[in-house]
Design a protein. Sequence first.
Length: 187
Amino acid sequence: MRSDTGCQGRIADEYFLKSERLGFRWWSEGDIELALGLWGNPDVTRLIGGPFTDEQVQERLARERACARKDRIQYWPIFLIDSGEHVGCCGLRGYQSRDRVYELGFHLRPAYWGLGLAKEAGRAVIGFAFERLDPAAVDLVAGHHPENEASRRVLTALGFTYTHDERYGPTGLLHRMYMLPHRREAT
């Protein structure tokens, strides 16, 4: 059964990362309703290969949890700190087979589009990547569907620079790709 309501998060103490309005925590096995409300929403997944079945959403949740166990990163669920409402997810995954290059991504529930939350979440994750993962060796990439103008605006506002188009398997289309290199100190 799908839940498209803004499910409540748990207690704020579980947030390992916070921004002004958002708290980040790890996906748990019991988060299937949150996952269904996000990745089961055809508006959220329309440009990333959806709509997804309940089984595909369960597989996605399992992949995020496996990524956390293996690499200590994932597209973390994010919540409004003040109310505990589930906003969506934002986080990192390894990019192709490149060492210490991570892909930034975010998926927000439609009720939270246009509020500046994707940019706020992205800034928090960029800070996490550059300060806590491996400050000397992390570069970030991000991409978006060619029709997703809102994601383009968020990525450029975050400082990403367009580099190339790359085929994205789930849509079969060339998605626009961007890079944000870590600004390393001169040696």
